[in-house]
Ligand binder design. Structure first.
Ligand code: C2E
Ligand code: CA
Ligand code: CA
Length: 411
């Protein structure tokens, strides 16, 4: 019973108090409880709940404080459902199910108001109206977000055929001579009605609906064909690379290694010119499934970057067992090296680890010269960030490069 525990209460034991933080819901397995509103002399009974009833379920939806005090009336056995557990289950569920559940929870967010008690006074009514207003607003927000998610999930399947996806390319710069060292391909969706949609919003949807395999194949094809033109802009003799992002379900699939290696050979691209990026969270969650695919890609010569370093779980064993060629330090740490000791420590650790393990490093999210200079002094290999270049359409890269090459390259 992961995320579910049993709790037993004696008669008149308080189970939770109004104002307590709501972190779990309860189902009554045996016994009964009373629901009390108000404080001290104003405290009044609003409901008695018996076997099979649920209470505190608002906590499954938000972190608002409890609005009522619940007390056991007899010997009572409860099943406690943790909010974090429900959240984790919801995140894994189909987006349609996720939103239906959220809407249902929102509907029931004022459970005690729905149970009228005898002798209910005007104060109680006012309180209920207040709750209902809050509930309605939240209901509307949830509904709007549910509608958006559902229509995005539906529209995404047409986005590929309708040619609405585009890859933007963000330059990666070598600190050694501040020259272009390659690009990261970043996906964009031009939605016909909603405008530009961030990959942070639609990639998780594509992962959950299974569309990520087709999207990923499209990214691989487009990035490698664009690379045939973009590599010509890189300095001759340099080790330039095109980076693409891979999602967890893509790596779990059987065909990813084949898809990548056959695409590279059909385009005549040497494997070392491609780098795949995987986030630390993917690696940690599915280490067994990804290690074989990564081993095969690395053996073929493809670079492998550990993306968003520092955002995952603290254990670092996987850095020794998986064949990474590069560590990308997450922008949240890079941007805070001067304001947070912890961020500075994480950046230094990443650089030392990479050095010790023979990997290169990319500092992401560099937005100013000061941070660029600091990272260079600390021995970082590559820079990526708005300071050097934003993600841009392929057609804008040549103009960006001309401008970049004409600017000061002060070290
Ligand atoms: P990521 O792989 O960590 O990509 C870096 C993100 O940081 C990009 O956001 C980029 O635009 C942004 N960025 C770069 N430099 C700066 C900077 O100096 N300051 C700030 N504030 N941001 C900067 P973007 O393009 O919105 O992508 C978000 C995420 O979506 C990516 O994070 C990646 O995880 C995912 N993603 C993007 N394209 C793909 C794709 O083709 N496939 C998969 N599976 N995921 C993708
Ligand atoms: Ca990335
Ligand atoms: Ca990243």
């Amino acid at each position: 019973m992961d995320g579910l525990t049993r709790e037993i209460f004696a008669p008149l034991d308080i189970i939770c108090r109004a104002g307590d933080p709501g972190v779990c819901a309860y189902v009554i397995e045996e016994g009964c409880v009373e629901v009390l509103r108000g404080e001290g002399a104003d405290q009044r009974l609003v409901a008695v709940l018996t076997e099979g009833a649920m209470f505190g379920e608002v906590a499954l939806l938000d972190r608002q404080p409890r609005t009522a005090t619940i007390r056991a009336l007899v010997h009572t056995k409860l099943v406690r459902i943790e909010r974090d557990h429900v959240e984790a289950l919801l995140l894994r569920a189909d987006p349609v199910i996720q939103h239906l559940l959220r809407l249902l929870l929102a509907r029931f967010r004022n459970p005690f108001g729905a149970v009228s008690a005898p002798g209910q006074g005007p104060a109680q009514e006012a309180e209920q109206v207040g709750d209902a207003v809050y509930g309605e607003q939240q209901d509307r927000d949830l509904q709007a977000s549910a509608v958006r998610t559902l229509s995005l999930a539906r529209d995404l399947s047409h986005a590929l055929e309708a040619d609405q996806l585009e890859l933007f390319y963000q330059p990666i710069i070598a600190f050694s001579d501040r020259s272009l060292a390659g690009f990261e391909a970043l996906l964009r969706w031009h939605h016909p009605k909603l405008g530009l949609i961030s990959p942070m919003e639609f990639i998780p949807l594509a992962e959950k609906t299974g569309l990520i395999h087709r999207v990923g194949q499209w990214v691989l094809e487009r990035a490698t064909s664009d690379w045939l033109a973009l590599r010509g802009l890189c300095p001759t003799g340099g080790a330039c690379q095109m980076s693409i992002n891979l999602s967890a379900p893509e790596l779990g699939g059987d065909h990813i290694v084949d898809a990548i290696t056959s695409r590279l050979s059909s385009q005549g691209i040497p494997a070392h010119e491609l780098r795949v990026e995987l986030t630390e969270t993917i690696v940690i969650r599915s280490i067994d499934r990804v290690s074989q695919a990564l081993g095969q890609l690395r053996a073929a010569g493809v670079g492998i970057a550990l993306d968003d370093f520092g955002t995952g779980y603290a254990g670092l064993d996987y850095l020794q067992t998986l064949p990474f060629s590069c560590i990308k330090i997450d922008k949240s740490f890079v941007q805070q090296i001067n304001t947070s000791e912890r961020s500075l420590h994480i950046v230094k650790t990443a650089l030392e680890l990479a050095r010790g393990l023979g990997m290169t490093t990319v500092a992401e999210g560099i937005e100013d010269q000061v941070i660029a200079d600091q990272l260079e002094a600390m021995g970082c290999t590559y820079a990526q960030g708005y300071h050097f270049g934003r993600p841009m359409p392929k057609s804008a890269v040549a103009a960006w490069l001309a401008h970049f090459n004409s600017g000061p390259r002060a070290v």
